[in-house]
Design a protein around this ligand. Structure first.
Ligand SMILES: N[C@@H](CCC[C@H](N)C(=O)O)C(=O)O
Length: 261
């Protein structure tokens, strides 16, 4: 059976997308997802998403990490599937869709390549030593660091992600350095088990953790540079809860094709 796919990227976080509104892809298994995401034997991607019908919503986002496991929320994936929904004519310029962490609202620019995605509210931030631990739809570890440009993100991220505290459930490791008015961030992603060019729930976690770290409250906007481009996070913080969180940035169709299932 041949499957039509679309390849999208959001700040270099790249995904295979499949329109599954007709339910053609049933019970896609771990090996197939991992094969499609393989950069040598497949299409290549940090994850794979199915766009499905969901009563009461414009669509449902089903997300798998590149290792084939069903993942938790993916922020850049969420932005890319909004651009995909617009490409398919499922939505116009605003949407309400369902993902694994709940309801998301989003807005897309007229040109269709800039997406503002509302993320879940966050109340709990814990510490592990100097690092901040929080869940923005996916679990994140946020650590301030120096000389991030030359940091060994793979080996240091791998060691933290696989230490006894995090080994079983996994966690995404974000290293962050202050830069101009915002931050530079590099992320070792769970489920890809490697550094990616961007992580949307990761930069969101960084923006929130840095607001807490710097005792900033009110309506805040945090620009963040990642290896694959620039993202921005806007939110309200009253000192206890982060709300009205929006992750904003590019989402582009790269190519489309068919692949054997
Ligand atoms: N790239 C993502 C995060 C995807 C989920 C993550 N790898 C996990 O399973 O925790 C993003 O943009 O948020």
């Amino acid at each position: 059976m041949q499957i039509k796919f679309y390849k999208y990227q959001g700040a270099g976080n790249d995904f295979v997308l499949i329109d599954n509104r007709e339910n053609e892809v049933k019970g896609i298994d771990k090996e197939i997802v991992a094969g499609f995401c393989d950069r040598r034997f497949g299409i290549g991607g940090d994850g794979l998403m199915l766009l499905e019908n969901e009563p009461g919503f414009d669509f449902k986002m089903v997300y798998y990490n590149a290792d084939g496991n069903e993942g938790s929320m993916c922020g850049n994936g969420g932005r890319c599937i909004v651009a995909f929904a617009r490409h398919l004519g499922v939505i116009a310029d605003t949407t309400k869709f369902l993902a694994t962490d709940g309801v998301h609202h989003a807005k897309i620019s007229e040109a269709g390549n800039w997406v503002s995605l509302q993320m879940i509210d966050v109340a709990d931030i814990n510490k592990d030593g100097e690092a901040y631990i929080l869940n923005t739809g996916s679990p994140h570890y946020v650590k301030l660091t120096a000389n991030l440009e030359v940091k060994d993100v793979y080996n240091e991220g791998y060691a933290i992600r696989n230490n006894p505290t995090y080994k079983q459930d996994g966690i995404n490791i974000n290293f962050v350095e202050k830069m101009d008015k915002g931050y530079f961030v590099r992320t070792f992603e769970r489920g890809v088990e490697n550094e990616t060019y961007a992580c949307g729930t990761g930069v969101t976690a960084v923006a929130l953790a840095m607001a807490k770290h710097n005792h900033q409250t009110g309506t805040l906007t945090t620009p963040i540079k990642v290896l694959g481009g620039d993202l921005s996070i806007r939110f309200d913080y009253d000192g206890e809860t982060f709300s009205n969180i929006f992750l904003e940035g590019p989402a582009e169709l790269v190519f489309e094709g068919v692949i054997n299932l």
